[in-house]
Design a protein around this ligand. Sequence first.
Ligand code: SF4
Length: 719
Amino acid sequence: MTKPVKTLCPYCGVGCGLEVLPPALPGKPVNRDSAGTPIWRVRGDQAHPSSKGQVCVKGATVTGALDKDRLRYPMMRDSLDQPFRQVTWEAALQRVVRELKTVHANQGPDAICMYGSGQFQTEDYYIAQKLLKGCLGTNNFDANSRLCMSSAVAGYIQSFGSDGPPACYDDLEQTDCAFLIGTNTAECHPIVFNRLLKHHKKNRHVKMIVVDPRRTKTAEKADLHLAIKPGTDINLLNGIAHLLMRWGKFDSLFIDECTSGFASFAGVISQYPPELVARACGIRVDELEKAARYWSESQRVLSLWSMGINQSSEGTAKCRTIINLHLMTGTIGKPGCGPFSLTGQPNAMGGREAGGLAHILPGYRVVKNPQHRQEVEQAWQRPPGSISSQPGLAAWDMILGLENQSVGVFWVAATNPAVSMPDIKRTKAALLKSRFTICQDAYYPTEMADYAHVLLPAAQWGEKTGIMTNSERVVNYCPAFREPVGEARADWEIFAEVGRRLGFEKEFAFANSAEVYAEFVQLTRDRICDMSGLSHDLLKNGPIQWPFPACAVGDTIDATATGKRLYTNHRFPTEDGRAKFSAFHAKGLAEAPDPNYPFVLTTGRLYGHWHTQSRTGRIEKVAGMYPNPFVEIHPRDAARIGIQEGEVLEVRSRRGFARVPTKITKAIAPGTVFIPMHWGALWAKHAEVNALTHPEVCPISLEPELKACAVQLIPTKNL
Ligand code: SF4
């Protein structure tokens, strides 16, 4: 192979286009890492519409872990206290099928759970839905996206009648004001931030507001940084809306013709005068007024958000409150504006399209809608009533199901809940109680593997061909450019093989992933996420943004909505074609600080690192950027508790503790501390941030409040 293979970066939802070349090229030295291992070359794809050739350190180094610590063969053990033994695929599959049949017969379909991942390709997601929801009769498929963007999904569905981010990346270069709330875009979505920053630097009139309790790398570039107290986002958003209302800066025509529910929204925001809001948020009134002024003076405001909004016990309410501002100002469905949630993972969007959460079905359908269930049953040629009318267990509910032993089979694929779930001590205790756990992954060891009875080796990025959709709805063909290591297989192939062995031969009679994709896209026909015009063959020529072809929005076909933006005709897929205002009061943190636990812990990501480090921890360059976890603390708090830079601090919550070196910085506000989320037990002992977090979830999206909890701080020298 001498021609570059075009594909998508398998890390974050920005979805940058990459070109991959083998380690050895004619006339060039072999590309090797510091240990001398040949590694594939990577560069940005200049022709990719989302990234235009740019790539961050993660994308540039991604091939560094293709061969490191790979799970090459199936492994099994009878109980968790035994060592694993290598087995054949035949033996492993026989056991998986036997356990599935036994649990299905004895405890019923809802005792079977699968927990998947935004690392899946769309074909993996789709086949998993067909197996669990269509054939086994349970909706117990959830993904780590539940911990990431399910609040945004719920917010879009409730406000617009459908999921789907309305904006696109070109809006980054067309906006007058970027409103970034609960997102450290510079570190977590670097190429999106580069595009925005360039536009901001070039155009003096363009404003950037960043709302974050920390002075992050994103906040450093802002015209206005609002360092609000954790959990006060709704106060702030309602406060901005209050001022816009007071100043008459709203779009009454848009409100009258395109929305419903404005009166009750107006009633709520009238209760958020600036003085009250500023006090609640811990900012000055003039700062709040400046933010509202930037909104009011900008024709086109683009809101970006991610985990700081979504990972909250009022996550859906926060998303909807952001959307309120856009409905109030009519800044949606036009260039340079709109509410735009940034997804964390490379194919979390594909998961949404394929029905990859416990309450949804392929094609942006929902489990609770009888017509939607019927449409999917017909497409899958399954008898009426095959799909349960009950939404399945969401991520944390699966852990509770293990705890009370109502779950009999727990199948985890491409994710590491033994690090990423909240209240990790309780999570691990529940995992230990599991009757039968399958861990399907590309890497070994991982923290999750410690809790598995069977390990199934999965082919990873570059070893299987499939489709991924990025945050701006751009659909990408991601081809295999090398053979899977050892005996690894694509996730969808494993699911399909199990399905056939369970007796569903015709349902899983696919020769390749192109056939899987061809079946899936038919389920999107005439839905807002219409991809029925797409195929592997077409996408081989380059990425395409959905809807493709046109999309039916509300009661009209909006031809201009093909690609780029949704809702350009200002009709929404609700019963009356109008977008809905919501009226939420601020509730604050689920666990507020108190005299016993006086500090608020906030969590987040670091540039270069990714999730629980299953891949990045094995790539020297990125692992070395932040080799160890740390806790950020304000100098005043450090002096008060008597801790010096670098000394180890024990951070305690009601659920556990983490011991981490101290980093003293004014980037964090007094009363708040920050610990990054990337370190599990494999990488650092007693430094797991989720030993501290609690599992309180948003009642609508069921997303846990991983972002904040109350803690106390004790220097270990005092213990
Ligand atoms: Fe990959 Fe995200 Fe970096 Fe782009 S910004 S190269 S998608 S990690």
